[in-house]
Structure formats: C-alpha cells, structure tokens
Design a protein around this ligand. Sequence first.
Ligand code: GDG
Length: 471
Amino acid sequence: MALYIISNRLPLKVSKPENDFVYERSEGGLATGLGSLKDFEEKNWIGWPGIFVDEDQDKDQIRAGLLSENFFPVFLSEAQISDYYEGYSNTVIWPLCHYFYTYIQYESRFWESYQEVNRLFCEEAVKLIKPDDRVWIQDYQLMLLPAMLREKIEGISIGYFHHIPFPSYELFRVLPERAEILKGLLGADLIGFHTHDYMRHFISAAYRVLGLDCNLDEINVGERMVHVDAFPMGINYELHYNAILDENVQQMANKFRENFGSHKLALSVDRLDYSKGILHRLKGFALFLENHPEYRGEISLVMVIVPSRDQVDMYADLKTKIDEMIGSLNGLYSTLNWSPVYYFYRGFPFGELMALYHIANFAFVTPLRDGMNLVAKEYVAVKRDNPGVLVLSEMAGAAAELKEALIINPNDIDEIEGAFLDALTMPEDEKVRRMGKMQKTVSKQTVNKWARDFVKELVAIEKKNQSLQGK
Ligand code: GDG
C-alpha cells in the first residue's frame, strides 16, 4: 500500500544550466516530516518540478530522472503558472485567507486555469494511484483535487492539509466560487488545519454555504462523514536545537556578534508579503526610538526580508515603502557606530540563519495573519540555553501553542512599541522560564509528529468507514 503526497511543487528544483537537467533537492519542513512516516512500503510525491518544458522527450527525461526518488512530475505551462498559481492561488485565495480581501485581483481566466490545473493533477494522479493507496493533498493550490480524485477512484482514502489560515465565514462568502471550493475540499475524508479556529471557520462555511449537517469535527456529505481536525505543524526540533553545535555555525555566530557590536539585536525574518506586518513593525520600532531616546544606540532591528513576487505591483509597492521607511529611520538616528535597522533583502543560507537566530536577543514575529509561522518555533529551538524573548502576533497560528511568548496585536503600533520595552527590560529568570516552557512545547509537537498524527487519523477514518460499510 502506498502513500501519495500531492502538492503544487515537488520538493526539488529541476534546471538545465547547459545540456543536461540538474536536480536539486529542497529539504523543506514538509519533506522532513514525511520522511518520518515509516509505516508505508512506498512513499510517492506528485507535483510540478519547477521548470517549463515543451518537448515530450525532455519531459520523458525528467520523468526518468525523478523516478528513483519516487517523484512524479506534473508539467505546467507558463500561462498556467501565471493564471492558476500567481493568479487564482496567490491573488485571490491568498489575500482572502489572510483577511486582505480588498487586495484580491479577480480575473475569470484565473478560475478557469485553477480548475484546469487541478484536473491535470487529477489525470496524472489517476495514472498512478490504486484504490487501496492513500493520498495526502497539500494546500490551497489544490482545493478542487479531493473531489476530482474521489470521482475517479471510488473508495480511495484522501487527506487534505491547509497550510494557511481559513477565514471566517463572513469573509469566505465573498468568494464567487465559495461553493465549488468547499465541494472540492469535501471530497477528502480528513481535512486538517493548524488551529481549532481555522477548523471552526471551515465547518461554519460548510454549514452556511452548503447547508450541510455538521457537528464539532465532522461534516455529513450524505454518503460519507468528512472529518475535520487541528494538526499544528512543527519543525525538525533536533536539527534546530543542535544547529549551534556545528562549528561553522558557531564561528558565524561569533563573527556576526562581533560585527553588529555590543547593542541588543531584535531579529525578524519574513518573505516579502503584506500579510507579514513589516510596515507595522517598523512603525512600532520608530515610535519606540522616538519615545525612548535612552535606548537609541542600545538596540538594532535586524530585518531579513526574503524577496518574493516583487515583479507584482502590490509587492513592489510594499518593498518601496519598506525601503523608504528604513532609509528615513536610519537617516534620522544612525550614528558612526550604530544603525537602528540592519536590512537584508535576500535569503540567507541555513547555517547563517541559525547563527542569526542564536545571537538575536529578541525575535519579532508580528504577522497580520499567518497560518502557523515556523520562524517563531525555529527561534525558540535554536536559542537553546541562551535566553531570548519571542514577541509573537496573536494572529499567527503559532500563538495558539506558544503562550509564553510576549503576545501582541500586530495592528496596534503602541503594543509593538511596548513590546520593545518589555523585551529589553524582562528579567533574566523570566526569559529562561518562558523560553524553557516554549522549548518543551516545540520539542513535543515536531514536524514528524504532525505528519504521523495526520496519517494515523486518516488510517483510523478509513478503518471506521470500512467497518460501517461491512467490509
Ligand atoms: C506556509 C504558511 C505555515 C525564511 N527565510 C529564510 C529561510 N526561511 C525559512 C524559515 C522557515 C520557512 O522559511 C518559512 O516558514 P513559514 O512558517 O513562514 O512558512 P511558509 O512555507 O512560508 O508558508 C505558514 C507554513 O506554510 C507551514 O504550514 O507556517 O503560515 O504561510 O522554515 O526558516 N530559510 C533560509 N534562509 C532564509 O533567509 N535558509
């Protein structure tokens, strides 16, 4: 019996720098978690390989190259990536689920392409999957796929996990295709979210949009019950907790510490996105420096912003505003040996990121909305026994678990300002106590446990359904 993971992207990048295709694995959290599912004889992954190819012989070559990894490519055209991925997924579903519905840019061709690509994934999957295999679909790019697959393969066991927030019904109802999306998702036997709130919102949408019979964690779709549950995703705790034991990471941490100087460091790490609350954070810091001149020269904000979608106007505008705010803040307060903000508009190699986490006195994770936010959990793990303070937005899924963080409302600039003062003045024993509790939480709810819990529940539902049908 095999397990099939289906996600928009395969966990690798295929490129063709010269004559041959080159395959580069990207070990994200998801791949690590799935690696821990030992009970399956066979684990397969279906997704887009991240390269545009037209020629059949190139496609065959890539297919063959991926086979040894049990990866199966779905080839997409540039137009499909533009309309299904950048269009419907990222300029309709993403803003909607993050409560930025006025940011939605709706084009009917986006929805057409979204349906077409979900069908394409279905066609590819049907060629491989047998009725007693299990399927685990990942994320909002493939919300129609569960029902499409169920229609093609009767009795198949299907799970779906939603990595971003699921908005309240009042917002979800705005979507013209709200019913189609819900029906698509309800093709699954098990639908997972990071938090109970998202789960509740989903059930309420199913009840109010489709008029279905629901209880606290099940939706009756007539011939089946669909189970809904919360599975908070975690990180590879050992990897992060032990990161600083690596000599290179330690050397980098020492070098960074020396170069930044003796003042305190508050770190933030985000992809460039309006949901991350980057401007609010900067405003809070500016207000703090304005109202607390005694701390000028004592603390810097280290901002790592990973480039993303910056060809899109809305993202380019956000980047311009960030650049301007940092420029004016640094212009106003910098001295010869201190800058308020150290700004890096690029990604860092893993080891350097670990070194930054380790030396940061505080982490400011203040998204306006975030499904979970793994940066918060990584910071907690990497700090090890080096006390630090996590300032965390109550709008991040992680806040449901990391209750000992300094929890703030990221829309409230005064609260952000206050968090800088609270972090700077927190007694050492309180830092140690809070961090210890959060480390305990993060070390238990790892990405491996997340994956195992989900699949265990999927199997239990399958058994229950079989016994109900007298199989
Ligand atoms: C979705 C949801 C949910 C970041 N900068 C660098 C870097 N990173 C790594 C971090 C972390 C990951 O990227 C970002 O984690 P997020 O939790 O923000 O997740 P996403 O994948 O963006 O998004 C989110 C998640 O799915 C899981 O369900 O938590 O809410 O939006 O691992 O470390 N890594 C390196 N250099 C960087 O500069 N090497």
